[in-house]
Write a protein that binds this ligand. Structure first.
Ligand SMILES: C[S@@+](CC[C@H](N)C(=O)[O-])C[C@H]1O[C@@H](n2cnc3c(N)ncnc32)[C@H](O)[C@@H]1O
Length: 289
């Protein structure tokens, strides 16, 4: 059984992804675990102590070990962005793989304290022409927001890039409570804090509206969805209004079909079939040639 960070890492390792975006960072459990060259995190909450400690440790080590370092910190009343960047010239060494509480902050890590919608209004400048190789959508668990996050990520996703979406497969109606009824759900005696919201409806809509996207959900860690550009295994044909009205029972009765749900034992083969980033596409011999 894999968790989300393991799924993301397998994808990064296989594709050679260098640029990672995480929407919804929370305590940085995944953000700091994932090993990748460039990381951008977006969350309206202040960075967790765990993340601040990691930044502080890297800054301290960097200041000790290399003169060629750029530290950036912008704080105004509402937004905070911190950047630690290795600006060493060729020939100079800078060890940015500082270990902090079992995690590492590598060449470049940025945290933007803002909503994903605000982030994407500035993403041309922040993400720039180098784009994103792997995005992890795990922000507000409300289906229309999750759809917006995926569609915005697609605007910056490099060829062969991958979007991972968390919380696609809730196992009870309570866990799948929509955001606007969350406070009510918390009063339920069965409430134990697990909440995916109705992200599963984002899957239903994306698989209905984007027949140029391949969506596969792995049945682990509350459903880890993987989106790539390309021909889907199968499609759905719900209208947006129908998706809005879908009851949880519909998911429960048609989970495999709605989510294109796969057992995690298929993950390695799935990842192995993903294209390696930056490689020219293999020429396919025309039939009969
Ligand atoms: C489930 S947590 C993220 C967990 C994290 N990705 C991990 O793997 O450990 C969801 C996060 O989304 C953030 N969030 C809520 N609304 C958001 C929004 N509009 N844009 C971006 N992040 C949002 C919350 O503050 C929260 O930290």
């Amino acid at each position: 059984m894999y968790n989300r960070a393991e799924v993301i890492q397998k994808i990064i390792d296989h594709t050679g992804a260098k640029r990672y975006l995480e929407i919804g960072v929370a305590h940085a459990e995944t953000f700091l675990k994932v090993k990748v060259d460039h990381r951008i995190g977006v969350d309206p909450e202040r960075p967790s102590q765990h993340l601040v400690n990691a930044f502080a440790q890297v800054m301290a080590q960097s200041l000790n070990h290399t003169p060629a370092i750029h530290l950036g910190c912008n704080i105004d009343r509402t937004d905070i962005s911190i950047e630690v960047k290795n600006c060493s010239q060729p020939g100079q060494s800078a060890d940015m793989n500082a270990e902090a509480e079992g995690t590492s902050l590598q060449n470049s890590t940025q945290y933007y304290q803002m909503t994903s919608d605000d982030f994407f209004t500035q993403a041309d400048t922040i993400v720039g022409p180098l784009g994103i190789d792997v995005a992890f959508v795990d922000g507000l668990h409300e289906w229309k927001q999750a759809v917006r996050d995926v569609e915005n990520c697609l605007r910056y996703l490099n060829n062969g890039g991958v979007i991972v979406m968390h919380d696609c497969s809730p196992i009870s109606e309570l866990i799948a409570t929509p955001f606007d009824r969350l406070e009510e759900a918390k009063k339920d005696p069965k409430w134990d804090g697990a909440w995916t919201g109705d992200v599963w409806k984002a899957v239903a809509w994306l698989r209905s509206a984007h027949h140029d996207l391949r969506f596969t959900a792995f049945n682990c860690d509350w459903g880890v969805g993987v989106i790539t550009r390309g021909r889907p295994d199968s499609v759905l044909r719900y209208t947006r209004d129908e998706v809005a009205e879908l009851p949880y029972e519909k998911l429960d009765q048609n989970r495999s079909r709605i989510l294109n749900l796969k057992d995690p034992s298929n993950l390695d083969d799935f990842v192995a079939a993903l294209p390696v980033l930056g490689q020219p596409k293999e020429e396919v011999e025309p039939a009969g040639a």
